[in-house]
Design a protein around this ligand. Structure first.
Ligand SMILES: [Zn+2]
Length: 461
């Protein structure tokens, strides 16, 4: 693991952002739990996303659909048939791995970049054989033939197991929006295209992963929307480019990710999912290479058409003005929330001479403000500081720290990205002012206690 990655993983655990799942039992591979600061960061990201793409737009409606859906949904969507990974086993050490990752990582270690997603089993096998790619565990070259495994997590409803009780944990959150399309049209009659249905939620993939911390996990958080439009009225490629710009703006301007760490990468014809006519990913330059962060897919009318055929329910849209009846097409931007969290940590982690600072955007910081009494054994200072703490807590997330000295407390708050620290000292008692110290500049302002709320209202938006 790279130095940055190691530092971020260590900080995430030490300060309560991310813990290994089921750790006291030795852990469950590729599951992670968010700690007290991680859950704040994740929710801040999700809320900011919701504000940006749902609340601040008039063409978007939110949903929160079920993780468990009728298995017929996944048959209609094509997931039961083709939501698979090609896996290969090492005959020497029984290491099971994804063939595409095996090949890509091998070439990356040779300084070359190739993408093999979408290649046939035969082609993948050929690449492994021709290049004599060794097992990463035992370094020998003795592979089985690659085989396809379905990625849907299976479980069963009720106490009797059997094929007819089998259900799947959702492999993507999009289907919840397609199967509710008619419900929304019925409840929100007269709505004209284009408009989107958005949701944030958990999805599951039963896959072999390489263990890059929270980059690829069995359970993960997605936020996405399906943007429905009439392909006769709107040029899909223009709409596609519009959403590319919106996604780029979210990533660079709202999250503050540096443009030089980001790129668009178009999927090749072989690599593109079975439902998509055009797919591009925003990739981030992780310490372990360029990897997908977000995706933008033009799914055509594939999903609604399939659900209409398989369910027998008419899912066509009727334009309230022209009465034209048709199946809308859809463009789908997908945002990995755990990846956003990881990128945010990597991107904001700065090691300075005497401190570590998480330069998180203020909107994302788990705590916006920390309040300290200068010393903890002077009752008047503590009481005054408590008062300020409780007042500010009505509006913002506020940390309290009375351990050690002020320098140590600054260090601890810088490390978790708290933008402002307030110290209550003897001048507070006499003159009614406190010191406000800024995380990034370490600049200190003297602010009247009575003005604190106005002061922060201006800075924390
Ligand atoms: Zn091996």
């Amino acid at each position: 693991m790279s130095d940055v990655m190691q530092s971020v993983v260590a900080l995430a655990k030490r300060r309560g952002f991310v813990y290994q799942g089921s750790e006291i039992y030795g852990g469950l591979a590729n599951t992670w739990d968010y700690g007290p600061l991680g859950v704040e960061l994740l929710r801040n990201i999700q809320n900011l996303w919701w504000q940006t793409f749902v609340h601040r737009r008039s063409d978007m409606l939110g949903l929160d659909t079920n993780i468990l859906m009728s298995p017929k949904v996944w048959e209609a969507s094509g997931h039961v048939q083709s939501f698979t990974d090609a896996l290969i086993d090492c005959r020497e050490c029984q290491n099971r791995t994804r063939v595409d990752h095996l090949i890509e990582d091998y070439f990356e270690s040779q300084g070359k970049e190739i993408k093999v997603e979408g290649l046939s089993l035969e082609d993948l096998e050929k690449i492994v054989t021709e290049n004599k790619i060794p097992c990463i565990k035992c370094n020998k070259v003795n592979w089985t033939k690659p085989r396809k495994f379905n990625l849907l997590f299976e479980t069963s409803v009720g106490i009797v197991t059997g094929e007819k009780n089998t259900v799947y944990l959702r492999g993507e959150i999009a289907q919840g929006m397609f199967v509710n399309f008619k419900n929304v049209l019925d409840s929100f009659g007269g709505r004209r295209l284009p408009f989107g249905l958005a949701q944030s939620g958990k999805a599951f993939r039963n896959e072999i992963t390489l263990g890059n911390f929270i980059f690829r996990t069995l359970q993960f958080n997605l936020s996405e929307f399906e943007y429905f439009f009439d392909p006769d009225e709107q040029d899909w490629s223009k709409l596609y480019e519009y959403w590319q710009e919106e996604m780029w703006q979210w990533t660079t301007e709202i999250l503050g990710i540096k443009e030089e760490h980001l790129r668009w990468r178009a999927h090749s014809d072989e690599e593109r999912s079975h439902y998509s006519k055009r797919t591009e990913d925003i990739e981030y330059l992780f310490p372990f290479g360029w990897k997908e962060m977000y995706g933008l897919a033009y799914r055509t009318d594939y999903d609604l058409r399939n659900h209409m055929e398989k369910s027998g329910v008419d899912l066509r849209y009727t334009d309230p003005v022209t009465n034209k009846k048709f199946i809308p097409h859809v463009i789908e931007p997908t945002f990995g929330m755990d990846r956003t969290l990881l990128v945010t940590l990597i991107e904001s982690y700065v090691q300075e001479e005497n401190r570590v600072v998480l330069r998180l955007p203020i909107a994302l910081a788990p705590y916006k403000i920390a309040v300290f009494p200068l010393v903890k054994n002077k009752e008047q200072l503590v009481t005054k500081a408590r008062e300020i703490y409780q007042t500010l807590q009505q509006q913002w997330t506020v940390a309290w720290d009375e351990r050690g000295n002020v320098g140590k407390r600054y260090y601890a708050q810088d490390e978790i990205g708290t933008p402002f620290c307030i110290t209550v000292d003897y001048d507070t008692l006499e003159q009614g002012t406190v010191t406000v110290r800024h995380r990034d500049t370490m600049q200190q302002d003297r602010v009247e206690v009575a003005q604190l709320e106005a002061y922060f209202a201006d800075k924390i938006k």
